[in-house]
Design a protein around this ligand. Structure first.
Ligand SMILES: CC(C)(COP(=O)(O)OP(=O)(O)OC[C@H]1O[C@@H](n2cnc3c(N)ncnc32)[C@H](O)[C@@H]1OP(=O)(O)O)[C@@H](O)C(=O)NCCC(=O)NCCS
Length: 414
């Protein structure tokens, strides 16, 4: 599947025609449909090489209609010249943002005080090669950072949501290291993962088409996600409160924040995955994760498959664990280790089945890291310094670097 990217729609201006990045004539605004398609055409070689140009454009349009993004949940942004008409103006830089629910727990007089609010996750930051190196992306990010602070907070306007706390922060996942976005206010946070190799027949020779019958863990299907997300949200809320109170006992006033791993967030990833796998493999995966144990003491992981290499090359194809949940932290290590191993083995078998280079699990907690170690599974711990650097701009008082970003896992990515 080669790229059929058309040439950029507007010719490059001569050097003296480039507006300076600090010019008051530049504005941050929303693109027209045609302008959106123009940016998608340009980003196809970079972010859609596993799809044809037309399929990629279709995927991007489809991704405006799925949970989380639909009804104004996604916003597309461009930096352009205010004086020029829509569809006739240069797109100097572009990006998109997805609105997400978040929790923030602050230390209070009687323990942790929970606030529910919104965050916007920024993705697809892109400057047409002919406009690069002139400060346009930096200017756009400065404007996006401050615009998001009040974006979609009250009323019932375009895609608005009524939430208690307004926009508490914004996040992004930098693929260009830790410096560029830090300069415009997004502070880099821990960005590591455990990488497990794909293992054919990892589940004692059981095949996915048999539903892994007889395995210690069992696959999770779409129909189970809603209940799991509800439990996860309740547990995460309690975990954040507990954590803030533990900080308080140590005399610290740390605020804890988390993006909520709710059903819409998972569905956004999984419907994206379905679109891509349907186009690459002609079918969609039924196994959305795996769970071990009975309700009350379950351990589970949910995942999605991402493709940059497609069928032609395995490099760039990853089975991403979106979220790992331990329902009862009081369980013994032996129990959790057996459950974790059984879950990862299903992921490894699925990674083989779906042509993925590895299984990645972002920022495992210290407890989980020790469980991984005890599991005896082959794995590598990777501290990323260039790709998917989780970064956060804080809209509250103080500095983002003083925050504890809990559950900083792949589900937050976009
Ligand atoms: C990254 C990108 C958006 C920058 O756009 P731009 O309009 O040229 O950005 P600016 O002119 O404001 O800033 C350029 C800075 O970006 C840095 N930069 C660009 N590409 C980079 C990369 N791959 N790694 C690290 N830094 C990079 C430049 O070194 C320069 O740094 P400086 O300000 O210290 O000189 C653009 O190069 C692009 O679209 N790249 C391809 C898509 C991409 O990687 N997007 C980022 C996804 S997180």
């Amino acid at each position: 599947m080669g790229s059929t990217t058309p040439p950029s729609a507007t010719p490059a201006p001569s050097a003296d025609q480039f507006p300076p990045a600090n010019s008051p004539s530049l504005i941050l605004t929303r693109p027209t449909n045609a302008e959106r398609r123009q940016t998608w055409s340009l980003t196809h070689p970079m972010w859609g090489p596993a799809l044809s140009h037309d399929d990629y454009l279709q995927r991007e349009a489809y991704l405006t209609t799925v949970p989380l993004a639909k009804d104004g949940g996604v916003t597309h942004w461009i930096l352009t010249e205010a004086s020029q008409p829509p569809d006739g103006r240069p797109i100097l830089s572009s990006c998109e943002t997805l609105r997400k629910r978040v929790l923030c727990v602050r230390p209070g007089a009687n323990g942790g005080v929970v606030e529910e609010g919104l965050a916007h996750a920024i993705g697809s930051v892109f400057t047409d090669p002919k406009f690069r190196g002139r400060g346009y992306a930096s200017r756009m990010m400065r404007e996006v950072g401050s615009s998001l602070r009040g974006w979609q907070v009250k009323g019932k306007g375009e895609g608005d949501a009524e939430e208690e706390g307004g926009v508490l922060f914004s996040v992004l996942y930098s693929d260009i290291g830790k410096t560029f976005y830090a300069k415009t206010g997004w502070v880099p946070f821990e960005s590591s993962h455990a990488a497990f190799p794909p293992v054919p027949g990892a589940v004692s020779g059981l095949e996915p088409q048999d539903g892994y019958r007889g395995a210690l863990a069992r696959p999770i299907g779409y129909h189970e996600l809603a209940e799991l997300c509800n439990v996860d949200e309740r547990l995460l809320r309690a975990a954040l409160v507990k954590r803030v109170e533990e900080y308080q006992k140590q005399g610290k006033t740390t605020t804890c924040v988390a993006l909520l791993p709710d059903l819409d967030v998972l569905l956004w990833h999984m419907m994206r995955e379905d679109f891509v796998t349907k186009h690459i493999f002609g079918r969609t995966p039924a196994v959305k994760g795996a769970v071990y144990g009975e309700p009350g003491r379950r351990v589970w992981a949910v995942w999605t498959r991402g493709y940059y290499g497609g069928l032609e090359q395995i490099k760039g194809n990853t089975l991403h664990v979106l979220r790992v949940v331990v329902e009862d932290e009081e369980q013994l290590d032996e129990y959790l280790t057996e459950g974790f191993r059984a879950i990862v083995q299903i992921a490894q078998a699925e990674a083989t089945e779906w042509r993925s280079q590895d299984v990645q699990m972002w920022n495992p907690t210290p407890r989980l890291r020790s469980i991984i170690e005890k599991s005896g599974l082959e794995y590598e711990h990777v501290d990323r310094d260039n790709d998917s650097i989780a970064s956060l701009m804080w809209y509250g008082e103080g500095d983002a670097s003083g925050l504890d970003w809990v559950a900083n896992e792949k589900y937050g990515w976009c």
